[in-house]
Write a protein that binds this ligand. Structure first.
Ligand code: NIG
Ligand code: FE
Length: 404
């Protein structure tokens, strides 16, 4: 039988399957974009190896990384705000003075689709080069119907430009734009009655997100957004309990949200609500670090209640200008005390779950072959050391997209 170039075999490798490190040396066979077989290397037989191209022996395989929370598409830069925060101004103070998110809104509105795409491409390329095979991208810096749809179109186009799965999220309820300063309810109406229907009709958004916070939208306003999303068949998620506790996570859970994100100020009742609904808790250590937050998310309670924890870069120009998923693995451990295994699960299996994806983020027979081969001795090293350049091979939909 001649070798089949789409039938690829890795042998004698250490596998982190999305939940845990498997105890034995394993073999993985990929065929036609799918994981055709995962078995102990010793159990491989003739029918597995026949016609397969051997891709290497040894090393660590993980699922391709899933970055389930980013704001990669934006205009301008917030380096000036970074300096102001170092001088003592808080994130909330800068936002209230019309800077912060709104300064990115001004730059994003002024940019064309082509310019936004060109600016975001190297950011996405950085995530991909560090092992991401699925990346969620939010709107939320347009805040008009046309500018939000523009951002979502750019996000979709990014997914056609690089070999990566892009999930898009409409975050119209991110900040109150200046033209609606005295009419928050009018703006929420715009989100519910125009943005959500248009994004759904054009197939531009996979999910709908809100920022439930004192400097953003109230729980009652977020609830209207959730109801509008449901009317258009879109799943929801929420930025909740980042700077204070408004009960946003429990509200999101009541609306069967895929995830509630940030969560530093989440209380026990909120944790129980997430557990009850099966909503993923997405932790964002990059924002915690950048904002020099001191309130830790309730990791022990999340564990106790069995809430799946995802972790993500939150890559954005303000609160987390970090475009390196493996650094986030490290920060989840050093700042939030996740174990390396929890951090890896958070950026693979649980990240996929936070996006409602069931066919990626894990290594199991029949799933999509979105995989990373790393030059490390053990999976824990990916979280332990901050060291670019360890990605040996990246496999997207069964194709090798990076080889070193
Ligand atoms: O996830 N919390 C609100 N939104 C973003 C920050 C966006 C920004 O500062 O530009 C976040 O942290
Ligand atoms: Fe965010």
């Amino acid at each position: 039988m001649p070798p089949n170039p789409t039938r690829r075999l890795w042998r004698n490798i250490t596998v982190f399957d999305g939940e845990r490190e498997l105890p034995e040396p394993m073999a993985v066979l990929v065929e036609d974009g799918r994981i055709a077989r995962l078995c102990p290397d010793a159990a491989l037989d003739e029918s597995d190896t026949r016609g397969a191209t051997e891709m290497g022996r040894g090393g660590v395989m993980t699922p391709g990384l899933v970055d389930c929370h980013t704001h990669l598409v934006f205009g301008g830069s917030r380096a000036d705000e970074f300096t102001r925060r170092l001088e003592g101004a808080s994130y909330a103070q800068i936002a209230q003075a019309g800077g912060g998110i709104l300064s990115t809104v001004r730059a994003t509105r002024a940019a064309s689709e082509t310019e936004l795409h060109a600016a975001a491409l190297p950011r996405l390329a950085a995530l991909v080069a560090d092992g991401a095979t699925t990346v969620e991208i939010k709107s939320g810096y347009g805040l008009t119907l046309a500018d939000e749809l523009k951002m979502l179109r750019v996000a979709r186009r990014l997914g056609d430009t690089l070999p990566v799965r892009v999930c898009t999220t409409l975050l119209g309820a991110h900040a109150l734009p200046p033209e609606y300063r005295d009419d928050a309810d009018g703006y929420v109406r715009l989100v519910c009655d125009e943005m959500i229907p248009a994004a759904a009709a054009e197939g531009l958004a996979d999910t709908v997100d809100v920022f439930c916070e004192g400097i953003a939208f109230s729980p009652a306003q977020c609830e209207r957004v959730f109801e509008a999303a449901a009317r258009h068949g879109l799943a929801v998620k929420a930025h909740a309990e980042q700077l204070s506790n408004l009960g946003g996570a429990a509200l999101a859970a009541r609306h069967r949200a895929l995830s509630a994100d940030h969560l530093e100020y989440l209380d026990e009742a909120g944790v129980a609500a997430l557990a009850e609904a099966g909503t993923v808790a997405t932790l964002l250590p990059g924002a915690f670090l950048t904002l020099r937050e001191t309130q830790l998310p309730p990791v022990a309670a999340l564990r106790r209640h069995g809430v799946p924890m995802a972790i993500a870069t939150d890559a954005n120009p303000g609160s987390s200008p970090i475009f390196m998923p493996t650094l986030i693995l490290n920060l989840a451990c050093t700042l939030f005390r996740l174990t390396p295994s929890e951090a890896l699960a958070g950026m693979t299996a649980h990240g996929a779950r936070a996006l409602g994806l069931t066919d990626t983020g894990r290594i199991a027979q029949g799933l999509r072959a979105d995989l990373c081969m790393w030059d490390v001795a053990r999976p824990a090293e990916l979280a332990y050391a901050v060291q670019p350049g360890r990605l040996r091979q990246r496999v997207f939909d069964g194709e090798i997209t990076h080889e070193r």
